[in-house]
Design a binder for this molecule. Structure first.
Ligand code: FAD
Length: 419
């Protein structure tokens, strides 16, 4: 590669590489391995770890050339993106060596083992224990709300390694093999009929000593990296449904992968409120003629547009290499307002029929699914109230809310559940 890559040099180089290597008859994993080896799969990543150290603007040039050629990218959906961002920032070289390539090729699926029955918003109150016994970590406890645990190979696990220090200091972060006898995954059924998350129980589940991510007792800082990326949408859920409709072996394999990995997320567009359907539905039903409906539609579209601009600001900041900022919390909060406003407008447009499901219901049940999926937007990845706390305390520098978890040892802090 040229010493100081420019748009023209990168475009020429990646184009030549694609011409020499892209072949839709290859098996998907073989193609992705080639891509990872070349550094063109994640050109913004460090050279030492499958990338080319390119700035975001030049990454976009690479993506454009890949799209132009119809070439498939590295695997980008689900919790694997959060795993990659967290490992790049905090993991030892041993862990990066073991996991990063397989994240990019899509050979492994991941889940995020953070929330527990007594610690969701109060995530640092986690009670799952990790003890080092005979050179291996042994885990006991329970997680809940774990999306995709039922088909995950690996979990990002936040667990308590010390009950005798302050709450945030006694946590550590691990990579856990989900396919072992000590891990039991029990699916939960949601009110929208899907079963995308699970309870996960650990009974003497194990991990090798080197599966600690970051330093012992620094799990909170590592988890914060994961959450920052999640809140600014790095989990790639937007990629749902974007598998190519082209014919050929590699596209078939990508569609099969998408169907499995994205299955837990197939209601996520409805969870966001389906603003895209509002105008079309208002016109089709004639509700567009009602001035009260038009007013609510205008409010919704204005809010949605400002949310989009906030997200763009966040992306621009990221492209300039600035650390994740308040836009993540602002964007997440406004997204849940948009979702609720959209559900309200859909109800105005459709009336009581919005509650119907089944084949002859409005849009084959999609409208009903919106109504029962939207509540998730204000809970997942941190509730609205928690986002407001973050914005008021960290962005607006307002006084902190009263806490009962000062510097005393965690074992003496009142808990949400007994443990
Ligand atoms: C679709 C979906 C997918 C999810 N996937 C995962 C996953 O893969 N992995 C994972 O670990 N978790 C996952 N979660 C869990 C999610 O992170 C938690 O549900 C969330 O953090 C809230 O925690 P909780 O449910 O325990 O609610 P609680 O913390 O019990 O909150 C209950 C209510 O109290 C309010 N509240 C709590 N504390 C405060 C406070 N200090 N100030 C003001 N109000 C407060 C909350 O806002 C909320 O309204 C998922 C959740 C959803 C909805």
């Amino acid at each position: 590669m040229t010493a100081n890559p420019t748009e023209a040099s990168v475009r020429a180089e990646v184009r030549a590489w694609i011409e020499a290597n892209w072949n839709p008859d290859l098996p998907l994993i073989e193609w992705r391995n080639r891509l990872v080896e070349s550094g063109w799969g994640v050109p913004g990543w460090p050279k030492a770890w499958h990338g080319r150290d390119l700035p975001a603007a030049l990454e976009a040039v690479v993506a454009e050339e890949m799209r132009r050629a119809g070439a498939l990218s590295v695997a980008r959906t689900g919790v694997r993106n959060l795993a990659a961002a967290t490992l790049l920032a905090h993991a030892s070289d041993v862990l990066k060596q073991k996991f990063l390539r397989r994240i990019l090729t899509g050979e492994d699926n991941w889940c995020q083992l953070f929330s527990e029955p007594g610690s969701g918003s109060d995530l640092a109150g986690a009670l799952t224990r990790a003890e080092l016994t005979d050179g291996r970590w042994v885990f006991n406890g329970q997680k809940v709300w774990t999306t995709s645990a039922h088909h995950a190979d690996w979990g990002l696990l936040l667990a308590r390694t010390d009950f005798n220090v302050a709450k945030h200091q006694g946590l550590s972060y691990f990579i856990l093999d989900m396919r072992q006898p000590g891990v039991e995954v029990r699916p939960l059924r949601q009110m929208n009929g899907h079963a995308s998350f699970n309870q996960v129980f650990f009974t003497d589940a194990e991990a090798p000593a080197e599966h600690l991510v970051g330093e012992l007792g620094e799990g909170w800082a590592v988890a914060t990296t994961t959450l920052m990326h999640e809140r600014r949408g790095a989990d790639g859920m937007g990629a749902w449904g974007r598998a190519s409709d082209r014919e050929g072996r590699i596209y078939d394999e990508e569609r099969a992968e998408n169907a499995t990995v994205m299955e837990p997320y197939k209601w996520y567009p409805q969870r966001a409120g389906r603003v895209d359907l509002v105008l079309e539905r208002a016109k089709a039903t004639g509700a567009i003629a009602d001035p009260a409906v038009r007013q609510e539609i205008a409010k919704l579209l204005t809010l949605s547009k400002t949310a989009e601009w906030t997200a763009r600001r966040a992306r621009a900041a990221q492209a300039q290499g600035r650390p994740p900022g308040p836009e993540g919390s602002l964007g997440k909060l406004v997204a849940s307002h948009v979702a609720r406003a959209a559900a309200h407008v859909h109800t105005m447009i459709t009336g009581a029929d919005a509650m119907l499901t089944g084949e002859d219901s409005p849009m084959d049940g999609v409208i009903a699914e919106i109504l029962v999926s939207v509540p998730a937007a204000s809970i997942a990845g941190g509730t609205d109230e928690i986002q407001r706390n973050i914005i008021s305390e960290r962005v607006l520098r307002m006084p902190k809310e009263p806490r009962n978890d000062d510097d005393r040892p965690f074992r003496d802090v009142p808990k949400n559940v007994s443990g």
